[in-house]
Design a protein around this ligand. Structure first.
Ligand SMILES: CC(=O)N[C@H]1[C@@H](OP(=O)(O)OP(=O)(O)OC[C@H]2O[C@@H](n3ccc(=O)[nH]c3=O)[C@H](O)[C@@H]2O)O[C@H](CO)[C@@H](O)[C@@H]1O[C@H](C)C(=O)N[C@@H](C)C(=O)N[C@H](CCC(=O)O)C(=O)O
Ligand SMILES: Nc1ncnc2c1ncn2[C@@H]1O[C@H](COP(=O)(O)OP(=O)(O)OP(=O)(O)O)[C@@H](O)[C@H]1O
Length: 488
């Protein structure tokens, strides 16, 4: 049991009705989860307004209610606290509730359109290999040392974040790496956390279904750096024109990384092959098993972060050379007989798809075909669909448009929107097969000796979401099995 008054520390309170010296149970922003003596925080959402569920929460046993507007009818014996902003209040309350766990370890947040999962996961791997107990909050999974949990969000809600950080404190975790999404920043899921450092990867077209326009998306990302304390470090990619914007108003110590422009951490790609990259970072040569020029950026960000967290340069280089690729990020299998390379990648934005295709094209030889299987998710940013169609058809030798997670949308309609981006001269390269399994099978049938198949968009996911239901689906498993069945 915690005392409500203590949990409200640092919350911007407008009015109180009732006693805050009471002992309370858990915190909830969803009335359906409230139990006896819990605190209900009413949040105005995009679909509904938590204030409409205050009565329900009280009926279920809530002892205290946090809201932006006092309800007309208050129930005797219940404490009502009116706050300036419920989402901010939730963030501070969650941190107070678990006794500010982010202050008891070194927390580093990674933000940007692409590369968050890769960088956070590789930093987790690197620090674990260096002998530390490490935590990870990512789209793919949550790790508390060697204990694994499945992840639901890229950046979970504040209660979940603080609860995991608290578990990390108990387990003796020293460093935690977390992905910070623009939704997370906008909804104050990361407010009230003490960050030791922040990393910016890049910014491109994404989530414009949620953010009003690109400028708003950029400004939300920037807020993460604006809010870093002076004791923190900010590491930004200055080859991306938004890199310097991110750190314009930050109090943190700033460091830049780049391949092209002048930077504190600079790399040169000496070799780029299907087996890895040979890099030169600030006069040190380094081999990594990670593939593709975008991974040179990720490696630079990792190198800079590890150095800012106190590791020595030579140790970092050694640890980087041992890193393995991240699940669903340029993961590949090579078929036994015909040596067909099938790559599964999470690229689900125009920029990421372009990067992956350009990477493959920079490595493959002219007589090896590149067959791409790709779709776009339903109920998400529609404007990226023709862009993905344009890029896939321009940069592959053959393309099969298919379903991603159609969610509640009609998959055929999504595919039609993707097809609109195909230039007339590329039309003959494309075909559309709505069933993703069938699309992968067709790609395997079309592929011959040493050809390359790229299956883009779903990466590590082991399901396909259709009309609110999740069915088992694993791109890597399916392509591997199909190539074997076909005796390729
Ligand atoms: C668009 C979005 O981000 N929505 C998030 C938001 O929901 P919302 O504001 O729409 O909430 P709402 O459904 O309108 O409900 C308002 C409030 O009423 C409450 N409620 C509702 C019904 C009820 O009976 N009782 C009740 O108390 C809800 O719990 C909520 O607190 O706040 C909720 C509580 O924190 C989140 O669970 C929810 O995430 C939804 C599920 C979601 O899909 N989010 C995705 C888009 C997301 O956040 N993605 C990013 C990564 C994106 C990427 O990089 O790919 C992420 O960090 O995961
Ligand atoms: N630094 C990078 N720049 C551009 N593309 C990248 C970079 N790192 C990885 N990618 C590509 O983008 C895809 C997504 O990578 P990753 O999952 O690491 O990004 P993310 O930011 O976590 O995205 P999401 O939140 O959507 O998972 C990868 O599959 C890869 O193709």
């Amino acid at each position: 049991m915690k005392i409500l008054k203590d949990i409200l520390y640092r919350v911007n309170i407008k009015a109180i009705a009732g006693n805050t010296g009471i002992a309370v149970g858990d915190l909830h922003f969803d009335s359906r989860k409230v139990q006896l003596n819990d605190v209900f925080i009413a949040i105005r959402g995009s679909l509904s307004d938590g204030h409409d569920f205050i009565k329900k929460a009280v009926d279920q046993g809530a002892l205290a209610v946090i809201c932006e507007e006092m309800p007309e009818h208050k129930v005797n014996g219940i404490t009502y606290v009116e706050v300036e902003d419920s989402k901010r209040a939730l963030a501070y309350m969650a941190s107070n509730y678990y006794e500010n766990p982010s202050e008891k370890l070194k927390l580093v947040g990674v933000t940007g359109t692409n590369g968050k999962t890769t960088i956070a996961t590789l930093l987790f791997q690197l620090f674990t290999n260096a002998g530390y107990k490490v935590g990870l909050l990512s789209t793919v999974k949550v790790m508390v040392g060697d204990k694994e949990y499945s992840a639901i969000r890229t950046t979970p809600d504040s209660i979940t974040i603080n609860s995991y950080l608290n578990e990390m404190n108990d387990a003796g975790v020293e460093f935690c790496f977390m992905e910070v999404s623009s939704h997370g920043i906008d909804q104050h899921r990361t407010t009230a956390l003490k960050f030791e450092g922040g990393i910016f990867t890049n910014l491109s077209h994404d989530h414009l279904d949620y953010h009003k326009d690109f400028a708003e998306y950029r400004d939300v990302k920037k807020r993460f750096f604006d809010e870093l304390p002076a004791s923190a470090f900010a590491i930004v990619n200055t080859d991306d024109k938004n890199g310097s914007v991110m750190i314009q108003n930050t109090k943190a110590k700033t460091f830049s990384y780049a391949l092209k422009s002048y930077a504190d951490y600079k790399a040169q790609i000496l070799e780029n092959q299907f087996t890895g990259l040979l890099l030169k970072i600030n006069d040190h040569e380094l081999w990594t098993k990670l593939i593709g020029h975008f991974n040179a950026y990720n490696i630079l960000a990792i190198y800079a972060t590890a150095e800012q967290l106190g590791l020595k340069s030579l140790e970092i280089l050694q640890l980087i050379s041992e890193l393995n690729s991240v699940s669903g990020r340029f993961q590949y299998v090579v078929s036994e007989k015909e040596k067909i390379t099938a790559i599964v990648d999470y690229a689900h934005t125009p920029d990421a798809l372009k990067n992956v295709l350009e990477t493959i094209n920079s490595i493959r030889t002219k007589n090896e075909e590149l067959i791409t299987v790709v779709g776009c998710g339903g109920d998400r940013d529609r404007t990226k669909r023709p862009k993905m169609g344009h890029i896939a058809s321009a940069l592959s030798t053959k393309v099969i448009f298919t379903s991603d997670n159609p969610r509640t949308e009609n998959p055929e309609t999504i595919i039609e929107e993707i097809e609109k981006g195909v230039e007339p001269q590329n039309f003959k390269k494309t075909m559309s097969i709505t069933n993703r399994k069938q699309a992968i099978k067709t790609a395997c049938q079309l592929a011959e000796n040493k050809d390359i198949i790229l299956i883009a968009g779903k990466g590590h996911e082991t399901y396909q979401e259709v009309k609110g239901e999740r069915f088992d689906f694993d791109d890597l498993k399916i392509v591997n099995e199909t190539l074997k069945q076909l005796g390729k």
